[in-house]
Ligand binder design. Structure first.
Ligand SMILES: Cc1ncc(COP(=O)(O)O)c(C=O)c1O
Length: 398
């Protein structure tokens, strides 16, 4: 049972708030906040630059966090962990550092978050790369036949969302990666919605790059990670350059440090890195078995109840076990933003409404948007029951 963890989230004290917007950001437990406060109160210094005791402690804590995150995703080496601001920055780092040239093909699906769409559109306009979009089917899964066909064009990179923030569906990434490698392409996974929700091994997947964000996995906002295989990071040119990326410089030349430092330009978000390390430690304590079990229990209940509401359409497969912790829906004739606003006003329920940064998918289907409830391990069945009751009330008056 994961209910005992609720006490670590101060904002959940009492029953005034039902937080179902976890795909946007999760809440943070007090352990993460304490780790960050400890940095600011006890050793608020620069890592890797100054020689004094405070700086040494920063360097040691950052190193520990890096090693913990590497173990968490089963990377072979902590040097494969590059700190970024978020998933978006990780994807942009790969996009701008991989040395893509005119004519190089980059494949994505038709259901990508803007963060894994716009970088390729911009490179198409600026460099003349070819961005190929492979369709997903009714169940939100990549059309593997069309994908295999697309791979015959001499593809440089497959950049794929692992778990979708639109419908919670996980792509068959093992197969996607195998096929890409067999065709000589590299693979970047957008792991923003995957890493927080299930056990993942970058070594077993044999993925080349994986980007994810701290704020979707109990960590602070403004910190993220790009995992990259050692030999690939060694080959990549840094995208942001300056202080902390070089071993030495003259007025006319410089010598870059090795990865990950060459990618971590300027003074880092030390509190963020340390907070993310604490978040990972917390997630390890909760355990993915418990996380998956609670998300499934809540999604099964919500799916069963919501599908009895007249005019309500679920986005993605009907089977809740295929939708992680996400229940995204729209209701005929009802405005999704009004539903979200009223849920908050009448019952303190926080959900997301709109197009969830997947405008392209909604635009293509001529849909205005959806309401997205997204749960995490600290949410309860009692909260899900209140959500259903209140949603019915809101729909009856809208
Ligand atoms: C699937 C997916 N990819 C990328 C992102 C972008 O993450 P960030 O804003 O942390 O860079 C999100 C955020 O919602 C997401 O859900």
């Amino acid at each position: 049972m994961t209910d005992s963890y609720r006490a670590d989230f101060q904002i959940l004290e009492g029953d005034a708030l039902i937080y179902f917007d976890n795909a946007c950001q999760t809440l943070r437990p007090k352990q993460v906040l304490s780790a960050m406060n400890e940095y600011y109160e006890q050793y608020p210094a620069c890592g890797g630059r100054s020689m004094h005791r405070l700086a040494a402690r920063v360097s040691q804590q950052v190193d520990q966090a890096r090693a913990r995150i590497a173990r968490f995703i089963d990377a072979r080496d902590k040097k494969e962990i590059v700190f970024t601001r978020n998933t978006t920055e990780g994807i942009n780092l790969v996009a701008h550092s991989l040395g893509l040239r005119a004519g190089d093909v980059v494949i994505t699906s038709d259901k990508e978050h803007n963060s894994n769409l716009i970088p390729w559109q911009v490179l198409q306009q600026k460099l003349g790369i070819k961005h190929v979009i492979v369709a997903t089917d009714q169940d939100g899964l990549l059309d593997l036949e069309a994908y295999q066909h697309a791979l015959t064009q001499g593809v440089a990179l497959v950049s794929m969302g692992y778990v979708s923030n639109l419908d919670g569906v996980a792509q068959p990434v093992e197969r996607i990666i195998q096929l890409a490698h067999a065709a000589g392409a590299k693979v970047l996974l957008d792991g923003a919605q995957a890493v927080p929700h299930h056990k993942l091994s970058v070594t077993q997947l044999d993925v080349d790059f994986l980007a994810f964000s701290g704020h979707k996995m109990l960590g602070p906002s403004g910190i993220g990670v790009l995992y990259g295989k050692s030999q690939l990071l060694a080959e990549l040119e840094p995208f942001l350059v300056g202080g902390d990326t070089v071993a030495f410089s003259t007025y006319t030349s410089h010598e870059f440090l090795a990865a990950p430092e060459k990618f971590e330009a300027g003074l880092q978000d030390y509190a963020g890195i340390i907070g993310l390390g604490a978040a990972v430690a917390y997630l390890e304590q909760v355990g993915f078995d418990a996380i998956v079990a609670r998300e499934l229990e809540l999604n099964q209940f919500l799916t069963k109840e919501l599908t009895t509401i007249k005019g309500l359409h679920l986005i993605g497969p009907q089977d809740p076990s295929l939708r992680s912790g996400i229940i995204s829906f729209y209701v005929d004739g009802k405005d999704h933003h009004k539903i979200a606003l009223m849920l908050d006003e009448v019952a303190g329920i926080c959900v997301r409404s709109g197009q969830h940064c997947v405008h392209s998918w909604f635009h293509d289907r001529r849909l205005a948007g959806s309401v997205r409830a997204s749960v995490y391990f600290y949410n309860t069945l009692a909260e899900a029951e209140v959500f259903v009751t209140q949603l019915r009330k809101v729909l009856s008056v809208l």
